[in-house]
Design a protein around this ligand. Structure first.
Ligand SMILES: [Zn+2]
Length: 160
């Protein structure tokens, strides 16, 4: 897992005991409110921004596009949580991601956020538990974890 502060790691781990990982629960515990809005216009798929009125205790909100598929929205929430953890110092004007998870940040930072998002949604211990319970195929694991089959395949190093 990406190196992150221990207190934040503990919050995430608490939610990783059961599948699917409750990403909104993680966000809320970190003091971030999560909103779905119809008004996000493609290609924007998500953002994290300071939000004095509707934000959580941290002062931030995550907004995802209401019309996106559930697995997509879950990945977007995890990706924006990752920006909050890793790049909060650059989020004072908000970070807006398009459908390819590109924003004003560098591609290195986007890669970091995608990696941490995968760590959050598909922890290897939980994947292993599911495999032990008999959920062995990519579609089964993706369904249990609430992620896309593409994300699951990448996580398992299966060519997509
Ligand atoms: Zn991003």
């Amino acid at each position: 897992m990406t190196k992150i502060p221990k207190s934040i790691g503990q919050v995430i781990e608490k939610y990783q005991r059961n599948a699917p990982v409750n990403v909104v629960g993680i966000a809320n515990d970190l003091g971030i409110n999560v909103w779905e809005r119809q008004s996000l216009v493609p290609p924007v798929s998500g953002m994290i921004c300071p939000d004095k009125i509707n934000g959580g205790e941290s002062g931030f909100s995550i907004i995802v596009r209401k019309g996106d598929p559930l697995a997509r929205k879950r990945f977007t929430v995890a990706h924006e949580i990752a920006h909050f953890i890793l790049h909060r110092d650059k989020a004072s004007d908000g970070i807006t991601d398009d459908a390819m998870y590109r924003s004003g940040l560098s591609s290195k930072e986007e890669t970091e956020a995608n990696r941490l998002a995968a760590d959050i949604l598909m922890p290897y211990t939980l994947v292993q538990n599911l495999v032990n319970e008999g959920f062995k195929s990519v579609p089964q694991l993706a369904g249990k974890l609430g992620v896309s089959q593409t994300a699951m395949s990448i996580r398992l190093n299966i060519p997509t």
